[in-house]
Design a protein around this ligand. Structure first.
Ligand code: FAD
Length: 546
């Protein structure tokens, strides 16, 4: 069975009629990572997600697989060690979506970090993260720094540190985990919301009452153990379980702004000091440069956090200060996104000081909840909670194998194999007018880019225009293999087009919706709902301007 909403009825049947070892609630990186780990151990796993996979925080991050250099300042050495070493593992598992990226950390005369401290901090960072000798940090003088990034403000510049991180596409990392979990036997469904838990006579949780939002139907999913992996919504689920006592979440908002590359033409990704204690990333990629993030306490509507005028002004100001001559204006922002960090509350601490460590809570009913943590450490978080679930289930299963299980699309044993696969794919694409398109498919779908390419050639042979054949080739793959149900699923989360190729995709949404309607046999109400949703997403990407 394909990982497709074309099989939604079969999936609903399984969810209603089978009894699972584990039910995971929430389809962000935490939930999908847990589902994969558990399925690989041989557990019978179900996962339900109330909207689309990665529609919560896991599509709204800075999109880095990083060790969290700034947590060194808070002396979170174990956290830096754990997520730092994890970077290389996640890269090995999914080379197509986790890509090495050199990061420049400029040092200014009145900055928070001096040359010596930066050098020592980066060295400790490399050592804690077990970075290979040839990839360890290099300290650069002023002229070397400016050669790397000529746009940096020269006033007070004393040099920089150049160190190693990885960039990713967060939503794609989630979907590759979800697909891998599916291929390992887990049953996953998007647009399926947990409304209540079910309990036995002793008050132990036995499953959940779920609403299928696509058809507005109710079903009960039964499982030996239930895990609440709902990110910012973790406390809502604890409340439903009547177990919201003791530690709670403190949500903080972070926003990012996207500029056309010509407006902020950085040669090099940078991580810089803003002067109020915050550090900000500026990352050039795929014809744009994005900048972020902020960190402010958030107590408003969790379902749709947006970038405010103040958030945007703060980032604009910071960028204009560090990169001279760019003089960016609000009108230069092409899109933005905002996400909520599901952090654990600590009395008297400012948002930026709250720990990024994860924690697991077990309620009286046996509900396991997991919160905190980082995208980067998702695999370790999954291992920890699946170990606990395994003990509670009380059956014998295999041990954790996610460290050696390549994610879907990332089945490469070495960098050489990865590069050869790219060359081969480009050769197979002979006849396509734009080789960049195939490259971008490779870095989005990995080994599965071949299927997208096959779709493209078939559509071309059916006389589709070049532009339509490219769009529908991807969309068809996303419908048949990535559980896309709505236009936003594709434009926001599977491809990121809404943020990174806004103008082009704006012209495509009408025909994409028509294609989705035909392929998934949507009713006219479902189809117009989906179209309205994606148009709203477009508007909200720059809503702070209105
Ligand atoms: P989510 O992704 O929010 O997933 C929870 C899911 O549960 C949601 O999809 C939601 O729809 C679903 N759900 C909620 N209620 C229900 C219900 N009743 N029934 C079914 N489903 C439900 N980490 C890094 O490692 N690198 C970074 O660069 C980075 N940058 C960040 C920048 C920002 C601005 C923010 C906010 C975070 C950043 N992080 C980063 C942290 C990282 O993004 C998060 O730790 C991670 O994405 C949290 O994932 P999650 O699965 O726990 O939560």
């Amino acid at each position: 069975m394909n990982f497709s909403n074309k099989s939604r009825e079969v999936v609903l049947d399984k969810l209603s009629n089978e009894t699972f070892d584990l039910l995971v609630v929430g389809g962000g990186i935490t939930g999908c990572g847990i589902a994969l780990d558990a399925a690989l151990r041989g557990m019978k796993v179900a996962l339900v997600e109330k909207n689309d996979f990665a529609s919560g925080t896991s599509s709204r991050s800075t999109k880095l697989i990083h060790g969290g250099l700034r947590y060194l300042k808070q002396l979170e050495l174990k956290l830096v060690h754990d997520v730092g070493t994890e970077r290389a593992t996640v890269h090995r598992l999914a080379r197509h979506v986790v890509i090495p990226e050199k990061m420049l950390l400029p040092i200014y005369k009145d900055g928070t970090l001096g040359s010596f401290t930066t050098s020592m901090a980066l060295l400790v960072y490399d050592l804690l993260a077990g970075v290979k000798t040839d990839e360890r940090r290099k300290m650069l003088n002023v002229s070397e720094t400016l050669a790397r990034e000529p746009l940096l403000n020269k006033e007070g510049l004393e040099g920089s540190g150049l160190y190693f991180e990885y960039r990713t596409d967060d939503a794609r990392l989630v979907i590759e985990n979800a697909k891998s979990a599916h291929h390992s036997g887990a049953v996953l469904l998007n647009y399926a919301e947990v409304k209540e838990f079910t309990y036995d006579s002793a008050g132990k949780v036995t499953g959940a009452l779920v609403i299928d939002k696509h058809h507005n139907r109710r079903l009960t999913v039964r499982a030996a153990v239930v895990v609440n992996a709902c990110g910012p919504w973790v406390d809502f689920l604890r409340k439903i379980d009547r177990s919201l006592q003791g530690k709670r979440l403190q949500l903080t908002k972070g926003v990012h702004l996207v500029f056309p590359y010509e407006k902020l033409p950085l040669k090099q990704a940078a991580y810089f000091d803003v002067g109020d204690g915050r550090m900000i990333f500026a990352i050039p990629r795929d014809g744009i440069t994005y900048v972020g993030t902020t960190d402010t306490v958030y107590n408003q509507n969790i379902d749709n956090p947006l970038c405010s005028k103040e958030d945007a002004a703060y980032l604009l100001n910071a960028v204009n200060h560090v990169f001279t001559g760019v003089n960016l204006q609000m009108s230069d922002v092409v899109s933005s996104w905002a996400g909520l960090r599901p952090l654990i509350q600590e009395d008297g601490k400012a948002p930026g000081e709250l720990s990024r460590k994860d924690e697991i809570f077990e309620s009286k009913s046996g509900l396991l909840s997991i919160a905190g943590g980082k995208l980067t450490g998702y695999r370790l978080m999954a291992e920890k909670i699946v170990d606990i679930a395994q003990q509670k289930i009380g059956k014998k299963f295999a041990s954790c194998s996610t460290a050696v299980h390549h994610l879907c699309g990332g089945e490469f044993d070495s960098e050489e194999q990865f590069q050869n696969a790219l060359v081969l794919l480009i050769e197979k694409a002979k006849g396509m007018p734009d080789v960049q398109v195939v490259r971008s498919w490779f870095f989005r779908y990995g080994t599965n880019a071949e299927t997208v390419l096959e779709n493209y050639f078939r559509l071309k042979s059916l006389q589709f225009t070049e532009e339509d054949a490219q769009l529908f080739a991807e969309l068809e793959y996303a419908i048949n293999h990535e559980m896309v149900l709505n236009a936003s699923d594709f434009f926001v989360r599977r491809s990121g087009h809404i943020f990174f190729h806004k103008e082009a995709s704006q012209k495509q949404i009408g025909k994409a919706q028509q294609f989705l309607t035909e392929q998934l046999q949507l009713s006219s109400e479902q189809s117009s709902g989906s179209l309205a949703e994606v148009k709203k997403d477009y508007e909200e990407a720059v809503a702070f301007r209105s």
